[in-house]
Design a protein around this ligand. Sequence first.
Ligand code: BJW
Ligand code: ZN
Length: 244
Amino acid sequence: MDEPILKARDAISRAEKLLVFTGAGISKESGVPTFREADGLWEKFKAEDFATPDAFKRNPREVWKWYRERRALALKVKPNPGHYAVARFEEAHEDFLVATQNIDNLHTRAGSKNVIELHGNIMHSYCMKCSHKVDESETELEGDVPTCPKEGCNGLMRPKVVWFGEQLDPHDLERSFQFASECDCCIVIGTSGLVYPAAQIPFLARRNDATIIDVNPEPSAITPIADYFLAGPAGQIMPQLVEE
Ligand code: BJW
Ligand code: ZN
């Protein structure tokens, strides 16, 4: 086993407060596309046409079609060894948090319990008029642009995800920032580290002198502050970090 992997494993096993911060790369080996790679979503779909409040106002039907397709994919795929390794850390560390930018629900399906979904969850929707929430894994919403199932409301439903220009849930963000500012080890997996405010998380951990471990086949915006850059796919690297 490589020396950096052994050292990273040691830092993880010694950590009293362990944070895992993930992005689209951890789900790539499950078959979920990333955003900013050559074969990523933003190559085929413009973010401003699908992932902004304005895009939804202009063309709710197209936006819903895109999210329904992505939801169907998220339901079809399975967590990979990277997600399962993260869930194993939680068994060994009492003070533990996964802060994910992913909306695919795969951490929870892999058995992670303490998960903050910074950018929402593709399985949920809410009414833009009365905020009524619906979990689509239980009830499929009907119509090209579904309307609120609450009697007499008729508001437009939208996916419960965070689009560009929208605020992240302030409570979730604050909890992640607080945890990052207090952790002694932060494992960053599969993110370009370009989208804010989420990308602040590893920098807050660094400021607290936490050991930063970056798992990614390519260097990212986080790599310069990493103590250990473990180059490779999460599904291969992460299982090597789990203590037997
Ligand atoms: C592997 C791998 C393998 C490959 N294993 N790894 C200028 C400067 C700074 C900020 C801004 C700015 N202009 C605008 C902003 C703000 C903006 C922002 O950050 N923009 C930047 C892009 C410039 N942020 C926002 O708008 C946020 N809101 C906000 O700021 O609100 C302020 C406010 C305050 C008060 C009132 C109102 C507002 C919201 C951001 C929401 C982002 N949403 C999305 C879409 C979610 C829904 C959906 O999926 O449809 O979230 S965008 C997209 O990017 C998605 C992701 O969660 C997010 C991060 O992407 P991620 O996960 O890092 O993926 P990639 O593709 O970038 O990287 C994948 C990585 O995996 C790569 O490094 C690969 O190498 C690696 N990889 N295979 C491990 N096997
Ligand atoms: Zn409603």
